[in-house]
Design a protein around this ligand. Structure first.
Ligand code: NAP
Length: 350
């Protein structure tokens, strides 16, 4: 029997991507769609301005959207767990309300840095799921909250994890982030056509702090953040999907460029070993062409779940530099949430 899932924020950019990716999923089935009071009471096809390139799945067209509160969601259908794609500003208390009864797999920032909340990338830190038992003990909940990182952080952390064996000491990252990262309708067209906006609120702090937590060590009952200095500069560019990042890494050791490429190419994690349905065969794909990765050509690699790395070269100040690209609403959002939930199934948490 498939596990039944409620999606909070089902009408938004990430909510739509969850619906698209969950079509025909072997383990999960959508049972409830919830959004704001603007959408509640309407059929999904009336409430949602569908912005995916594939058609809206028939199964959700006539589902009635409910308000994002525990009582209404429970009345609307059977729920085994919850995906949250709510704005970070409102997700905090709502996710806590749901976690009293249900596991909540969240894309929102509200709980990411809480000491008893896992911040998971299944290939990078699956052992951090051990925080769930700490959290349940602390809070007395039947359910729990597990979070996925910010979209720009996920692709960076995956590439850094592959380099950890060389001793990652410090990182400078400069992002070129897609418009869909700002949700819908997102950035006004007159702000971004013929332009680059060199500021994304809160993004640089998220990249710096979340990455240290993700690459940290589970120790007793908490995560000891990784001792890495990270400096991020984040920019919005006129691209629909796919964040591109220029990354400069200082390493303790001095591997050759070929050794760095091998570390990227050979990198796999638990999702690959467990053959999880949403796991890409290769979490990192190395491009040799001098002008790749590019968002338009590379964002769908591994069905949007692979991070594409290119232009790997020595750096005269740090040790190595490269470009990495990830699909922000798939590997950076809904795909990440689904992969985390698949891992939790295998760990007996869902
Ligand atoms: P979005 O397009 O603005 O969608 C927001 C969703 O939340 C909509 O379904 C909206 O419903 C609902 N909502 C808004 N206010 C609400 C309220 N007061 N009560 C209940 N529901 C409310 O945003 P998004 O881009 O999908 O982002 C969703 C979350 O994922 C955010 O926390 C974001 O930071 C995170 N995230 C986004 C990306 C990305 O690439 N976009 C990547 C990683 C993480 P209505 O339609 O009814 O207003």
């Amino acid at each position: 029997m498939k596990r039944e899932v409620a999606i909070l924020g089902a009408t938004g950019t990430v909510g739509q991507r969850f619906i698209e990716l969950l079509q025909g999923h072997p383990w999960f089935e959508i049972s409830v769609l919830a959004a704001s009071e603007r959408s509640a009471g309407k059929k999904y096809k009336e409430a949602c301005k569908w912005r995916m390139e594939t058609p809206m799945p028939e199964a959700v067209e006539d589902m009635t959207v409910v308000n994002t509160n525990l009582k209404e969601v429970k009345q609307a259908g059977n729920v085994d767990f919850v995906f949250s794609a709510l704005p970070g500003s409102i997700a905090g208390p709502i996710e806590e309300e749901f976690a009293v009864e249900y596991p909540v797999v969240s894309k929102a920032s509200a709980h990411r840095m809480k000491s008893d909340v896992p911040l998971i990338i299944p290939e990078v830190n699956p052992d951090h799921l051990q925080l769930i038992s700490v959290q349940k003990k602390n809070r007395g909940w039947n359910g729990f909250i597990s979070t996925d990182p910010n979209c720009s952080t996920i692709q960076l952390a995956i590439t850094l994890k592959a380099l950890m064996k060389f001793g990652v000491e410090n990182v400078i990252v400069s992002t070129m982030q897609a418009l869909s990262g700002a949700g819908y309708p997102g950035v006004p067209s007159l702000d971004i056509i013929d332009n680059v906006v060199p500021y994304i609120s809160g993004e640089e702090e998220k990249m710096e702090n979340e990455t240290r937590k993700i690459l940290g060590t589970f120790y007793g009952e908490e995560i000891q953040p990784a001792n890495i200095t990270i400096s991020a500069s984040c920019h919005r560019v006129n691209v629909k999907d796919g964040h591109l990042e220029a990354v400069y890494v200082g390493l303790e050791q001095k591997p050759t460029i070929e050794e760095v490429k091998e570390a990227f190419r050979n990198f796999v994690g638990e999702p690959q070993r467990l053959k999880l349905p949403t796991a890409p065969e290769r979490p990192i794909i190395v491009k040799e062409e001098i002008d790749r990765p590019q968002p338009r050509f590379d964002r769908d690699a591994g069905k949007g779940m692979s991070v594409v790395v290119g232009r790997i070269r020595e750096d005269p100040i740090m040790t190595v530099k490269y470009l990495c690209l990830g699909h922000n609403t798939i590997r950076g959002a809904a795909g990440a949430g689904i992969l985390s939930a698949e891992l939790m199934v295998k760990k007996g948490l869902l």
